[in-house]
Design a protein around this ligand. Structure first.
Ligand code: TRP
Ligand code: SF4
Length: 406
């Protein structure tokens, strides 16, 4: 749904693998950004349940529960299904068809070279990830993105390589499939028609750009074609498309939208992650939250209450950076460095702020849990809406691949 004040045509898509319940790291790192984006752009947010299967295919017993729980968490923090399209990947089976068709034009090496492929295999050694599905993980992600012709994809830096691959896939698809029959032949004929000096300039620009990515050469070639006084419209299009290495644009190359957010570390100061057991889950009982923050490690130099400390060496300070105003931050800085405050005093306002943040989220989550039909219909409606867009793209893709039989 596009509202009045969203720039027309700028579309954002992002997804999350369904995995256990979301935590404050997700909230500060991802969801708060989505909350802002949903008012500025046409947004599609989806649960990547097939992506969850690529690594968890051997135990699917929690898949459904995790899917609903993720949707509830999104809605509880304020993702608004009236302004953003919220859906579930497997409810839009067109994603699988696009994945299949894209697989035809995807060189194996491109997938094998995606850094997360080897990294995750190393990290999850206990699992057999030498599967076709896991190798295809980033291609499925590319299909997710290209399906909606998204201009921008908000992701963390671990996902930038996937967006980069998506761009390459779009380019290759447009190049291989986005052209009229005999495109190559007709383009070559148009080059010959240029004749003499112009033909030489074009050929030179073509080689420099396509072999070395020389952008100046591309610009020079394009300028020459644009300024050419007597080219047919069709030949001009062909020559411009041919030099860029594209035919017609069917799939749109997306940009990665890196979010500059202050990182909230986990309770032990490392990155907040379920695998480190250092999370504050959005649905965590608030007494447990208080207890866990009280147990947080602090600057190891503060052995006794009278020892001064350094907030830069303390994860609690990272929490203050997010939860405290300037005045309280100064209170921490001075109090810590002069041993004017104790660590228990220092943690108290953090505990209060985290709980104040969680309470309304938990109240909304409880309400949603009590109304499963409502959540179900939000997902059904969102998935239908997503499917309408997906069908349009698939029509074009099928046609480009010679599959639109009459
Ligand atoms: N791979 C992403 C993650 O690990 C999830 C994802 C799947 C995604 N498809 C996407 C993210 C498309 C952005 C766009 O969280
Ligand atoms: Fe950390 Fe605060 Fe203790 Fe300083 S006073 S070590 S910032 S908890």
């Amino acid at each position: 749904m596009v509202s009045e004040n969203k720039p027309a045509g700028s579309r954002i898509l992002s997804g999350m693998r369904s995995s256990g319940s979301l935590h404050l790291g997700h909230y500060h790192g991802v969801l708060k950004n989505w909350l802002k984006l949903q008012h500025e752009y046409e947004c599609y947010f989806f649960v990547a349940d097939w992506h969850a299967l690529t690594t968890n295919y051997d135990d699917t017993s929690k898949l459904e529960e995790q899917m609903w729980s993720m949707v509830i968490d999104w809605l509880a923090v304020g993702i608004n299904p009236k302004v953003a399209t919220v859906f579930v990947q497997s409810r839009v089976p067109e994603h699988a068809e696009l994945l299949l068709l894209l697989s035809m034009i995807t060189p194996l090496g491109w997938l094998e070279r995606v850094p997360t492929y080897k990294e995750q295999q190393e990290k999850l050694k206990e699992k057999d990830l030498a599967t076709y599905g896991f190798l295809g993980y980033p291609l499925l992600q590319a299909a997710d993105i290209l399906m909606y012709k998204a201009d921008a994809v908000p992701v963390g830096d671990d996902q930038v390589a996937h967006v980069e691959l998506t761009r390459e896939i779009a380019r290759r698809f447009n190049y291989v499939c986005g052209r009229e029959p005999d495109f190559e032949l007709k383009a070559k004929r148009a080059i010959r028609k240029l004749g003499g000096e112009k033909q030489r300039i074009y050929q030179d620009a073509l080689t420099k750009y396509q072999e070395r990515g020389d952008a100046d050469a591309l610009a020079a070639g394009q300028a020459m074609i644009e300024a050419h006084p007597n080219l047919t419209v069709a030949d001009r299009e062909r020559l411009l498309g041919y030099i860029e290495g594209s035919g017609r644009t069917i799939l749109v190359e997306p940009q990665a939208l890196l979010t500059e957010v202050p990182k909230l570390p986990g309770l032990d100061g490392q990155k907040m992650s379920k695998s480190y057991g250092n999370t504050i889950s959005l649905r965590e009982d608030t007494d447990v939250v208080a207890k866990n923050i009280k147990k947080m490690p602090t600057d190891p130099a503060r052995v006794r209450r009278s020892d001064p400390g350094d907030p830069e060496k303390c994860p609690v300070w990272e929490f203050h950076k997010i939860y405290s105003d300037k005045q309280r931050q100064e209170w921490v800085q001075t109090g810590c460095r002069t041993a004017g405050i104790g660590c228990i005093d220092c943690k108290k306002p953090v505990i209060d702020a985290v709980i104040a943040e969680l309470e309304p989220i938990q109240a909304r989550a409880a309400e949603l849990e009590a109304n499963p039909d409502m959540v179900r219909s939000i997902v059904t409606e969102g998935s239908e809406r997503a499917r309408d867009t997906a069908r349009e793209t698939m029509d074009e893709v099928r046609q480009a691949m010679g599959l639109r039989y009459r």
